[in-house]
Design a protein around this ligand. Structure first.
Ligand code: CU
Length: 176
């Protein structure tokens, strides 16, 4: 029974999880964090961002900051008023709407030196959840009580005798 229960859990997990959105936390720049001398466009290029995901900008407080800007300011590295910046050193931005988002560092010439990030945010993946996953999955995945294996009784072993027979038959086929 323990095996059956484990099987059910595994099947339920495999079946239901694709329909559940797991919001992703992206640490911008991964181990490098938010800094100069890092190519954030390459970092973002192989990632898919969805509404509900988080961008986490990690840096030493005071060395950098984070500003959300528009596309023109991104291109020109135009830094908004300081009051609009994030400065905690671990700034978490929840991607709340789909579309293009631009971020830059407003310290010195960091933006000109590549400390800027553009991401395109896709709609949330949670748009079409299965209405009742348990009721649709359980009848399929609950196994019947296992019938006794044919080889469990020593008096009858149809499987073994069958396999003992086959090789002899095959050998006979290859004999002249
Ligand atoms: Cu900076």
């Amino acid at each position: 029974m323990a095996l059956s229960r484990a099987l059910i859990v595994a099947l339920l997990t495999a079946t239901i999880f694709p329909t559940i959105s797991m919001a992703t936390d992206f640490i911008v720049g991964d181990g490098k964090g938010w800094t100069v001398g890092f190519d954030y466009q390459t970092w973002a290029a192989n990632k898919v961002f969805h509404v509900g995901d988080k961008l986490i900008f990690e840096y030493s407080t005071g060395e950098h900051n984070v500003f959300k800007v528009n596309g023109t300011d991104f291109r020109n590295c135009t830094v908004p008023a300081a009051s609009q910046g994030l400065t905690s050193g671990e700034d978490v931005i929840v991607l709340e709407t789909p579309g293009r988002k631009w971020y830059l560092c407003g310290v010195g010439d960091h933006c000109q030196n590549g400390q800027k990030l553009f991401v395109n945010v896709l709609p949330s993946e949670t748009q079409a959840p299965s209405p009742s996953p348990l009721s649709s999955v359980l009848p399929v995945t609950v196994p019947r009580s296992p019938s006794p294996a044919p080889w469990s009784s020593p008096s009858s072993s149809p499987v073994l005798s069958k396999y003992r027979w086959v090789p002899r038959k095959l050998i006979a086929m290859f004999q002249p």
